[in-house]
Design a binder for this molecule. Structure first.
Ligand code: UDP
Ligand code: MG
Length: 318
């Protein structure tokens, strides 16, 4: 018999968090009368996380571990955990206890009420840095403006999915993953519940500005072709503004003896067009690089070790 709930937790240098995380989840599950498995995906940690995960695996039957060969990123780690899960429902949550395990019973309740996706909406907390909050709200406004797939602000990768949803999600072959967009795109019966994010239990955020930008660009490029078309619009705009001016200049030159007015206008036009062209090329590059990644068809991640999955058939009480 398969466990009823799989909990997927990506781990990147979280040595201070995985143990408290395990106990917090176990405590919640104890009150629920359901089987569960806890799948930790070690995303190439360089601290003691993997060693602690191995210990947890030895100590507790319901702990499974997937170890990547290097850091592949949060979205890949979550994807790997989801793929390896076997529960009727799958809950993804962060290892740093910012996604409160105390929300699990409520999520399960909504799932039992018939919702196939239970996503969560983070109420803004003062703990998050101003810059990150600003960046995040600007990003959500932008992506919702240019994309047909709604992406709910504050709905991070803390959600429950029914097995039916997991099946279609894991069948989606795309490499540049933006899970929150993909799940939104899938449809099904979805419901959101609000929660207040706790502060990080231990350590620092593992999402660098670079990783955040990467995720944002993946989201935009995977869910909208508007930027690609934008360069076309800009080009049309630029051309329609400057062609009459050019024609007028030619007319002056040919049919009057007024001198062509200096280099200022020339400079302005050249600079402006140069700018537009570079922007257009940049946007093109973003999409071409993603096409390239998809075409190469490399795996999303490489697993080095899997622990605990063989016991699945043996264990089914919480
Ligand atoms: N994480 C990961 N790989 C990475 C970066 C982060 O697996 O390359 C995990 C991390 O261990 C945590 C979750 O993703 O469980 C969210 O990361 P974090 O808490 O650092 O992000 P924040 O909450 O600051 O946005
Ligand atoms: Mg966090």
């Amino acid at each position: 018999m398969s466990p009823e709930v799989s909990i997927v937790v990506p781990v990147f240098n979280e040595e201070g968090n995985v143990r408290p995380m395990y106990h917090a989840v176990r405590e919640q599950m104890a009150g629920l009368d359901m089987g569960f498995e806890l799948i930790f995906v070690d995303d190439g940690s360089s601290d003691n996380s993997l060693a602690i995960l191995r210990e947890l695996h030895e100590e507790y039957d319901e702990v499974r571990v997937i170890a990547f060969s290097r850091n592949f990123g949060h979205q890949s780690a979550v994807s790997a955990g989801i793929e390896a899960s076997s529960g009727d429902a799958v809950i993804c949550m962060d290892a740093d206890l910012q996604h409160p395990p105390s929300m699990i019973p409520q999520m399960i309740e909504q799932w039992r009420a018939g919702y196939q996706v239970v996503y969560t909406i983070r109420e803004d907390d003062a703990e998050t840095g101003l810059l990150k909050r600003w960046f995040s709200s600007a990003f959500y406004r932008f992506i919702n403006w240019i994309s047909d797939t709604p992406v709910i602000p504050g709905a991070a990768d803390f959600r429950l999915m029914d097995r039916a949803v997991v099946q279609v999600l894991t069948a989606m072959p795309e490499r540049s993953r933006f899970l929150r967009g993909m799940v939104g795109w899938l449809g099904f019966n979805q419901i959101g519940i609000r929660y207040r994010a706790a502060s990080r239990h231990s350590g620092q955020s593992k999402y660098s500005i670079r990783k955040m930008m990467q995720l944002a660009m993946n989201g935009i490029a995977s869910f909208s072709a508007v930027p690609l078309r934008l360069s076309g619009y800009l080009g049309v705009l630029a051309a329609s503004a400057w062609i009459p001016y050019g024609l007028w200049a030619v007319y002056l030159r040919l049919f009057t003896n007024q001198a062509v007015p200096g280099w200022t206008s020339l400079l302005v036009i050249v600079l402006f067009l140069g700018g537009v062209q570079l922007i257009a090329l940049g946007i093109l590059g973003e999409y071409v690089s993603r096409i390239y990644t998809e075409v190469k068809g490399r795996p999303l991640y490489i697993t080095q070790q899997r622990l605990g999955f063989e016991r699945r058939s043996l264990h089914h009480e919480a």
